[in-house]
Design a protein around this ligand. Structure first.
Ligand code: HEC
Length: 107
């Protein structure tokens, strides 16, 4: 292989990698799950539908609602909400939480 061919092949591979990365959901569901467990599970059930001790819907139930999309979750999570304590999530954390909740939809 000439060095020019190798260079072209390298650019091609880099472009392919960038393209497939752009197609997956932005957030990391594993980090999202850890964050939700630490900061949200006192009120919300994790995978289970109900939470006997709290009025908050479980995340499986939230994910299962037809109206739940990554956009609706994003709007909800960046808007202050009276029934939830003031928490501030960074953009990356919001993406991670959304990736985890949306992932529950497919089960
Ligand atoms: C102090 C209790 C509490 C905590 C902590 C809490 N929530 Fe909630 N959450 C609620 C209650 C109660 C509701 C349902 C009533 C409402 O929507 O006002 C709710 C609703 C929601 C909904 C919307 C469900 C729908 O009907 O669309 C989402 C999404 C949500 N919470 C995500 C989170 C996330 C993510 C966290 C952690 C960062 C969190 N909550 C932490 C109490 C809490």
């Amino acid at each position: 292989m000439t060095s020019r061919t190798a260079l072209v092949a390298g650019i091609f591979l880099a472009a392919l990698t960038a393209q497939s990365a752009a197609q997956v959901v932005a957030g990391d569901p594993a980090s999202g799950r850890l964050l939700v467990e630490a900061r949200c599970s006192s009120c919300h059930a994790m995978e289970e539908v109900g939470h006997p001790a709290a009025p908050a819907p479980g995340f499986a139930a939230i994910a299962g609602m037809p109206s739940t999309t990554s956009l609706s979750l994003r709007v909800f999570l960046v808007t202050p909400h009276p029934s939830m304590p003031n928490y501030r999530l960074t953009d990356v954390e919001v993406d991670d939480v959304i990736a985890w909740i949306i992932g529950l939809k497919r089960r």
